[in-house]
Design a binder for this molecule. Structure first.
Ligand code: AMP
Length: 393
């Protein structure tokens, strides 16, 4: 059975067509720069890839048409009837959604009711859902939320030290994100440990990044919060700051709330600290070339990541496995080394040779008290699994 996984962002739409339950990728691709006249469409299938540039894609429905045309014209599918389910990544499920759900009009209204909590993400997710429901109306559509995996966090983890009414009236709590990734990777790690009870920390480090403490398969704390801005410095996000920064930047630079928030989301992290790039490859190359601010960007991030790992080590009461995943976690051995070299005091020891090799692997030394693994994430497979599960219900 063919299932489509969709991830609609504010200006992009990623998709993957999977053969299920085999979990085999038939095709994947993305539309970038939606809302512009120079949008780009890429599709990969059968080991080849095609790109169309300078396209007029003014909204997501045009992007959805491009995806469907791309699948049909390249004969990836003979007709839309072959697609038997569509899974949609939705960033914020709030406390309304404790698990993935089959989408109907009521679910769309509920997702929209959470727009205030995720103004950058949920509206785009809804546009993607509506466009695909219109284009492929007679199949099951499922919403898979970034937040549901973290719904197992206890109150002491998800509540902030803010007035309690902010929670009861406005939902001001930590929700956490990247849930599908943390779940996918931690399930694999749990199986590899081969024991009933496990203590796992997953470091999902990509352009967006978060760390989760997972006990017996359940998230008990995570670094992202009300929004994906909380945590440690990322590609362009600052991670934690003192909220008093808002007042200071207003006094010193005349920044509005929105301007400072935008700076913290889009112009901080690797990019803001280094002044070089948001991309770890550029930062690593610049640091190796002697650029001090690029090195500082890496060091500040490693320090903050280790702060989380150490605190989760205590929260979990020890640790069986530390798992790296996502673009940087899977590929940037330099970042993994910067982090692990600070963890020796906990008996977490990296094997430099193993760390230098590629792919899904164990990278801890034989005398490490904790397994260190690189496990590639696959959010699309996780989404397709939920479509299959809810279809069979
Ligand atoms: P993601 O958000 O998971 O797609 O991750 C994006 C980040 O992964 C970017 O900062 C990329 O530079 C980084 N990345 C991808 N491939 C590599 C690589 N081979 N070496 C270092 N960083 C990489």
């Amino acid at each position: 059975m063919k299932i489509l996984s969709v991830n609609a962002g504010s200006s992009s739409l990623k998709f993957q067509l999977l053969q299920m339950p085999e979990e085999f990728e038939i095709a994947s691709g993305l539309v970038e720069r939606i809302g512009n006249k120079n949008a780009e469409f890429k599709i990969k299938f059968n080991g080849s890839s095609k790109t169309q540039s300078d396209l007029m894609v003014l909204d997501h429905s045009v992007a959805v048409d491009l995806v469907i045309k791309g699948l049909l014209e390249n004969k990836v599918i003979a007709s839309l009837d072959e697609i038997q389910g569509v899974g949609h990544r939705v960033v914020q499920g709030g406390e309304l959604f404790k698990e993935s759900v089959v989408i109907d009009d009521d679910v769309v209204i509920k997702i929209a009711s959470l727009n205030d909590l995720a103004p950058l993400h949920n509206p785009a997710n809804i546009i993607g859902i509506n466009a695909f429901r219109k284009a492929i109306p007679n199949v099951i559509h499922v919403a898979v939320f970034d937040t549901t995996f973290h719904q197992t966090m206890p109150e002491e983890s998800f509540l902030y030290g803010t007035p309690y009414e902010w929670y009861t009236k406005h939902g001001v709590i930590k929700y956490g994100f990247h849930g599908t990734s943390h779940q996918y990777v931690s399930e694999l790690a749990h199986a590899r440990l081969g024991k009933a009870h496990s203590k796992i920390i997953v470091a999902h480090i990509g352009n967006g990044a978060s760390i989760t403490a997972i006990r017996d398969g359940k998230s008990i704390d995570t670094s992202m919060g009300l929004t994906p801005l909380e945590g440690f410095p990322m590609g362009t996000r600052s991670g934690n700051v003192d909220p008093a920064i808002f007042q200071l930047m207003q006094q010193k630079e005349g920044y509005s709330l929105e301007k400072t928030l935008n700076e913290l989301n889009k112009n901080s992290g690797y990019l803001g600290i280094s002044g070089v790039s948001h991309d770890s490859r550029d930062i690593i190359a610049a640091a190796e070339g002697g650029n001090k601010r690029a090195q500082l960007a890496l060091d500040i991030q490693a320090k903050r990541i280790v702060d989380y790992i150490a605190s989760y080590y205590v929260l979990l009461g020890g640790l069986d496995a530390l798992v790296f995943t996502a673009g940087i976690g899977e590929n940037a051995r330099e970042v993994r080394k910067l982090i692990c070299d600070r963890l020796g005091v906990l008996g977490i020891k990296l094997d430099d040779n193993k760390n230098n090799s590629r792919g899904d692997k164990e990278i801890s030394s034989d005398d490490s008290n904790v397994k260190i693994w690189v496990i590639p994430t696959n959010e699309e497979v996780m989404i397709a699994r939920d479509v299959l599960r809810l279809q069979n219900k």
